[in-house]
Design a protein around this ligand. Structure first.
Ligand SMILES: Nc1ncnc2c1ncn2[C@@H]1O[C@H](COP(=O)(O)OP(=O)(O)OP(=O)(O)O)[C@@H](O)[C@H]1O
Ligand SMILES: [Mg+2]
Length: 217
């Protein structure tokens, strides 16, 4: 078996959470792409805590929906995770609540999609304090920034964000997901970008991100 796959298999149960209090940074979009790709290799369950329920709608439109559970409160979430043996992927939505703080505490890997716009950085400053508090309790958890929705020729955003979080608890994925129209029609088609156009740039980026998630889990 592929050594990388084996590494994550040995870590199961494992919880990946897409989070950022800044709205519209790409949490649901990246979650749709990544969760359905990961589900091809691991027993995966999806939980939608985003108020807009976009991932749920996308999943319902899929030919082969991935397993999902509807959970409304912290107690039920803890109960579910206590019994689950696979990979759980959570779209946390852009809000702060008691439930979202518990979700962050239960995460093994937090993925924060963002760009270096003033709004994203400003939102991140506040959000990063929350994650830092969480990591005082969950010392084994990891947080990764994913540079998302940048111009196809942009090089400075990744460099800038890497410098920005230097010597902090945050890491930055090497993979950059660039602005591409293919990402804007996932929900209505029930297909991720790899399934839409395997040889496209967005597909290569998502495949690279999935590899990196497995490698760094
Ligand atoms: N890499 C990308 N290329 C092009 N469009 C993108 C990309 N990433 C996200 N988008 C678009 O940006 C918008 C916001 O993305 P998305 O809904 O995933 O953000 P979000 O963080 O889940 O927002 P919310 O905080 O409201 O839950 C959507 O219209 C989506 O199609
Ligand atoms: Mg969302």
């Amino acid at each position: 078996m592929n050594k990388l796959l084996e590494k994550l298999l040995n870590k199961l149960p494992f919880v990946i959470v897409f989070a950022h209090q800044k709205g519209g940074s790409g949490k649901s979009t990246i979650c749709m792409n990544v969760s359905t790709e990961l589900s091809k290799q691991f027993t995966t369950t999806f939980i939608d805590f985003d108020k807009l329920q976009q991932m749920t709608k996308y999943n319902n439109n899929r030919e082969e929906p991935i397993n999902s559970v509807v959970i409304k409160d912290e107690r039920k979430l803890e109960q579910f995770l206590r019994n689950d043996k696979g990979l759980t992927v959570i779209d946390l939505g852009g809000y702060d609540s008691d439930l979202s703080r518990v979700v962050l505490l239960l995460a093994d890997m937090i993925i924060i999609p963002m760009s270096d716009s003033d709004n994203d950085i400003d939102g991140f400053r506040e959000f990063s304090h929350l994650i830092e508090k969480t990591f005082k309790i969950r010392t084994d958890s990891k947080a990764f920034i994913l540079v998302n929705r940048v111009h196809h020729a942009d090089k400075s955003t990744h460099r800038g964000l890497t410098k920005y979080v230097e010597n902090t608890i945050f890491n930055v994925f090497d993979t950059v997901v660039r602005d591409n129209k293919l990402h804007t029609r996932l929900l209505s088609t029930g297909k991720n970008v790899v399934e839409k156009q395997f040889f496209s740039k967005p597909s290569k980026e998502i495949q690279s991100l999935v590899q990196e998630i497995i490698e760094k889990a």
